[in-house]
Ligand binder design. Structure first.
Ligand code: SAM
Ligand code: MD0
Ligand code: SF4
Length: 363
């Protein structure tokens, strides 16, 4: 009897969601607790229904260039934290970055995500090291006109402006959680408010924002719902969640690996709360094998596409599926097809961005 009641409550909620009637906090908390496989499938189905309303069967693809793995920070969850000495680090040259970006563009991705640790080489001397990276961005933009995302941490405001002028479209700086106490245990020694504020400034400059969460790091369902609310308040254009992958040699190395059920449910709930936003299925968590389940939960962007033999790393999975070419458009296409989906074109992506800028931001 109780099961039936719960099920009808779920059906009612999902009917509301399909009509895009905003769900209340207690309803979102209820959705995050759904565990019966049939019920989970219903939540995913509603998420896919909403995705189709805004994006039809088209999936966007992002190329990932992790161009420097040096970092001045000590994030407790991250392999690339400064004090991790057991790691071979690299900093790619301008030429290498451009070459990789061009090969990704040729392979058909819709965006290039330029990512690094907060590499002191760039951040020292009031950000003087950024000058050549800004020129590299300019070159990539001029030659390809590809949309560009910058994921380089809390970049100084004036430098951010220069990146924008050079052709950066997106600023990605994940808070991981919007619970300041949990944040202080994850992003050790980093200012919560400064990180949030830099995103608001970036948005005022006309940059699109990606906000992101980590799960499996001590976050509660209430934290996750708080984050959804905060992502909405921020006016994020792309929202993501990734499962925490324990990294050797870091303070959180002994955390137990989390089942993926939560990440998938949050992807679906994100789609329900933000039906028209971009939501990544990252190849960086479970590689190619984890793609279908993330698409099935309502994601609409495949991120972390990396060319093989480029010597480039992933963030949460340093090497998984990279050298064997599993993180490529060629390899993901059959997976999309099996899910009844297909690759979006550059024009599809440009159209989405234009509409988003106009309707939501007045850029
Ligand atoms: N260094 C910049 C920064 O931290 O903003 C840019 C890199 S940022 C895009 C790297 C992101 O990868 C983190 O914000 C976090 O969400 C994710 N990440 C890092 N280590 C991870 C891990 N062990 N498991 C899962 N995700 C992780
Ligand atoms: C990804 N490894 O998309 C990348 C990274 C940075 N903007 C993104 C976390 O999965
Ligand atoms: Fe550095 Fe970013 Fe890793 Fe934190 S998440 S240690 S800032 S690379």
């Amino acid at each position: 009897m109780t099961v039936d009641l719960a099920t009808s409550k779920l059906d009612e909620m999902l009917q509301k969601a399909a009509k895009e009637i905003p769900l209340k906090r207690n309803e979102l908390l209820f959705l995050l607790k759904v565990s019966d496989q049939k019920d989970v499938a219903k939540v995913f189905k509603t998420a896919r229904f909403l995705r189709e309303r805004y994006f039809e069967d088209k999936i966007f693809t992002y190329g990932f260039v992790y161009f420097s793995t040096y970092c001045r920070n000590e994030c407790a969850f991250c392999l690339y934290r400064k004090s991790n000495k057991e790691l071979q680090r690299y900093r790619k040259t301008d030429m290498e970055i451009m070459k990789t970006a061009f090969s990704l563009v040729d392979s058909g991705v819709n965006l290039i995500d330029l990512t690094m640790g907060e590499d002191p080489f760039f951040f020292e001397n009031q950000g003087a090291g950024f000058a050549h990276m800004i020129r590299t961005v300019e070159m990539i933009k001029k030659s390809t006109n590809i949309p560009i995302m910058l994921s380089a941490g809390v970049v100084p405001e004036d430098i951010l402006m220069e990146f924008k002028e050079a052709g950066v479209d997106w600023y990605a700086t994940y808070q991981e959680t919007h619970n300041p106490e949990l944040y202080s245990k994850l992003r050790l020694g980093q200012n919560f408010e400064e990180r949030m504020q830099r995103k608001r400034v970036a948005q005022q400059m006309g940059l699109l924002l990606e906000e992101g969460l980590l799960t499996g790091v001590g976050d509660t369902d209430a934290d996750l719902v708080d984050s959804l609310e905060e992502m909405g308040r921020l006016g994020s254009d792309q929202v993501r969640i990734m499962s925490f992958i324990p990294q050797k040699g870091t303070p959180m190395q002994n955390f137990s690996p989390v089942p993926r059920a939560k990440e998938l449910l949050v992807i679906a709930v994100m789609r329900i709360v933000f039906p028209d936003l971009l939501i990544p299925a990252s190849l960086d968590v479970d590689g190619l094998n984890g793609l279908a389940e993330r698409l099935n939960a309502g994601a609409n962007v495949v991120t972390s596409i990396i060319p093989p033999e480029s010597g480039l790393a992933g963030v949460s999975n340093q090497s998984l599926d990279i050298e064997d070419g599993n993180r490529t458009i060629t390899k993901i296409t059959p997976v999309l097809e099996k899910c009844g989906l297909g690759l979006a074109s550059r024009d599809d992506y440009a159209e989405w961005i234009q509409r988003r800028k106009k309707l939501s931001h007045n850029f």
